[in-house]
Design a protein around this ligand. Structure first.
Ligand SMILES: Nc1ncnc2c1ncn2[C@@H]1O[C@H](COP(=O)(O)OP(=O)(O)O)[C@@H](O)[C@H]1O
Ligand SMILES: [Mg+2]
Length: 305
């Protein structure tokens, strides 16, 4: 449904999206997870046909976003980061207006249908200015659905909502995911874990990991993290351990205690233990720490390499 190959976008000198390749199928909710500035919004605007890529190929439901952007827009529903809602319109007027822009037939019926989908039938005559932020976000979803698109592109759909509204919008997205192909961006890891079937982690315009939320976690347990403790203040212990082959990211935790990571496939523990003892420290503990998905995300998107 969504095919992206070598997608690249630069804003002048700045490379916002750097050779992204991925795909998403019907019935799939693909999560686009990354910190601010990772390139999520840029990618989504290109996929929605609102901005051309610098290079690379993107097709939506078989249509090319550059050469067939009108066909693409017919098949894509886009919820931008901030939805431009007209405060002085009612929900009905607004959705009718958006539907007419997209040449939707039987617009009155269709407005009722999409309001049912987002569970807002009873607010059809409310002014947009009177709605809560969560309700407005649902109106945003309703406008994305008005022309019955196959693909939904949702840019940080729960940003700024309160916890109750967040749960409502997430449940709604999960429901919609059964019938649509959804690409959803978020910088919240637990959100990606809860809603998505598959997650792409992007950083600085590049994909740094791609898998199911469950497998990402298992995989990256391969990046091992260990805690080590010696008696006393352990002066110099961090520098010593950092020199052991296969060890990276040594972190002082408190006096006599450090944590370190090893390169995937490396078990440096015997060498670390030997180095510590040979340097006359009293080794109290050396144990593996399992990494949470949160740690993995931070690891993958760390600023300084
Ligand atoms: N219109 C623009 N002009 C110049 N640079 C931009 C523009 N939009 C975004 N950028 C830059 O491109 C990068 C990616 O931004 P964006 O796609 O908004 O990331 P995200 O949505 O993941 O936060 C950032 O470094 C951002 O500063
Ligand atoms: Mg963004």
């Amino acid at each position: 449904m969504i095919r992206v190959e070598g997608l690249t976008k630069d804003y002048g000198a700045r490379l916002a999206v750097d050779h992204l390749t991925f795909h998403a199928e019907k019935g799939e909710i693909l999560g686009f997870l990354g910190p601010n500035g990772a390139g999520k919004t840029t990618t989504m605007r290109i996929l929605s046909g609102y901005m051309p890529p610098t290079s690379g190929k993107v097709s939506i439901a078989g249509f090319d976003v550059v050469e067939q952007s009108l066909d693409v827009r017919k098949r894509v529903g886009y919820l931008p980061e901030t939805v431009p809602l007209y405060q002085d319109m009612t929900v009905f007027e607004y959705l009718k207006f958006m539907g007419n822009l997209r040449n939707v037939d039987d617009i009155d019926d269709r407005v009722e249908d999409v309001l049912e989908m987002v569970h807002m039938e009873e607010r059809i005559d409310s002014y947009i200015s009177s709605l809560s932020k969560g309700m407005r976000q649902r109106v945003g979803l309703a406008q994305a659905l008005i022309h019955n698109p196959d693909v939904l592109i949702l840019d940080e759909p729960t940003i700024g909502l309160d916890p109750v509204q967040i749960i409502e919008v997430r449940n709604l997205i999960k429901e919609l995911g059964k019938e649509h192909t959804i690409l959803l961006s978020t910088h919240i890891l637990s959100e990606a874990q809860q809603i998505c079937n598959r997650v792409l982690i992007i950083n600085k315009g590049k994909i740094v990991a791609e898998d199911t939320p469950q497998r990402l976690q298992q995989h990256l347990v391969g990046v091992q993290r260990f805690a080590l403790q010696v008696t006393g203040d352990g002066e110099g212990i961090a520098d010593l351990v950092a020199k052991v082959p296969g060890v990276k990211q040594v972190q002082a935790i408190r006096d006599g205690q450090i944590e370190f990571e090893t390169q995937p496939g490396y078990d440096s523990r015997p060498q670390v233990a030997r180095a510590v003892i040979e340097a006359n420290y009293d080794l109290l503990e050396l144990r593996a720490i399992s990494m949470s998905l949160e740690d993995i995300f931070l690891e993958l998107t760390r600023e300084d390499e």
